[in-house]
Design a protein around this ligand. Structure first.
Ligand code: 13P
Length: 342
């Protein structure tokens, strides 16, 4: 049986010691990031920032693919190379965020459903032509009083599955991203329960929608304590609870699992991934790696501050974080490697 291009892409995305850089912030989201460093949110600044990230020498050693936003997919480097081409030249697969964002879910106050299915097949076909080989769609599940509702889980699972099917019909590997938000004071037990519920609903919907699991990648949140919870579960507990739930809910056929960072600090996100890989080495059906946005970019963004003079320092910061997470993806990270770099 010949291996499909999508299967090859999916396996390359989670190749040993490599993970994904999520650089697909929408214009609204990048505005928040730029505000934190006092940079104006203009098209040239957004281009310059992504140019800094993507021209980092050696990044492809640790990063298998980069998720772009529609605008970024159409932009070029300072010397005129279209970003998708630049990434591919450096051994990184270009990917594209295709959802249109999380919107209020009707009749369910406080909850969201991700939109963007209308016209998606046409957009996927265009993105493929422009060089994208995988896509991303993020669903958000909120934990709170009487939340999540069955309505919210079902609506988001259905949309994720319809998205994944449309991607595969157009040659793109879907990253299926159901994020259980860490906002709130809920316990880690509650996070575990909601994550298990969500993942079961998602894999049921993927089956109903005929999605080929071998040609898909899961991007879940980790099972962690709510950000404002009194008790913050230690790293090993997060690793054990997360892997327990993944084993229960994620079919072995799935090509790989890449976590989002979701607001965890840079080093904690690395430690959690590392602990999972250290504790379960050789005993899991799928590779566990990263698809971090903030936890990969934070240090680099703050070193950059919008100035061309800081590009080298910002690239060094990105490369360091990418290397730390690459080590975590094989369970070989050590916190003392952080100090050495500093
Ligand atoms: P964070 O790692 O910052 O959560 O971003 C990952 C992502 O792509 C969210 O959709």
């Amino acid at each position: 049986m010949s291996v499909s291009e999508m299967r090859q892409t999916a396996l390359a995305m989670v190749a040993k010691g490599r993970g994904i850089l999520a650089a697909d912030e929408s214009t609204g989201t990048i505005e928040k990031r730029f505000k934190s460093i006092g940079v104006e949110n203009t098209e040239p600044n957004r281009r310059a920032y992504r140019d800094m990230l993507f021209t980092t020498r050696g990044l492809g050693q640790y990063v298998s693919g980069v998720i772009l936003y529609d605008e970024t997919l159409r932009q070029s480097s300072h010397d005129g190379v279209p970003f998708p081409e630049l990434l591919a030249r450096n051994g990184m697969i270009p990917g594209i965020k295709v959802d249109a964002g999380a919107k209020d879910l009707a009749l369910c106050p406080g909850e969201k459903v991700t939109e963007g299915l209308d016209g998606l097949a046409k957009r996927c076909a265009e993105y493929y032509k422009m060089g994208a080989r995988f896509a991303k769609w993020r669903a958000v599940i909120t934990i709170g009083k009487d939340m999540p509702t069955t309505t919210c889980i079902a609506a988001n699972a259905h949309a994720l599955a319809r998205y994944a099917a449309i991607c595969q019909a157009n040659g793109l590997v879907p990253i299926v991203e159901p994020e259980v938000l860490m906002d709130g004071d809920h316990t880690i037990e509650r996070c575990q329960e909601v994550t298990e519920w969500t993942l079961n609903a998602v894999y049921d919907a993927l089956y109903v929608n005929r999605v080929s699991l071998e040609e898909s990648v899961l991007k879940p949140s980790m099972v962690i304590s709510g950000a404002d919870a009194k008790r913050q579960a230690p790293v090993d507990e997060v690793a054990d609870r997360t892997v327990t739930i993944l084993k229960r809910c994620v079919p072995a056929a799935v090509a790989g699992i890449v976590f989002l960072s979701g607001g965890q600090s840079d080093e904690i996100a690395t430690e959690h991934l590392d602990a999972m890989n250290k504790r379960f080495k050789g005993n899991l059906p799928w590779p566990l790696s990263f698809s971090y946005g903030r936890a990969l970019q934070h240090a680099s963004l703050h070193a950059w501050k919008g100035s061309a003079a800081n590009v080298a320092a910002a690239q060094a910061a990105l490369l360091h974080r990418a290397r730390m997470n690459s080590l975590a993806a094989t369970g070989e990270y050590r916190p003392d490697l952080e100090k050495k770099a500093a």
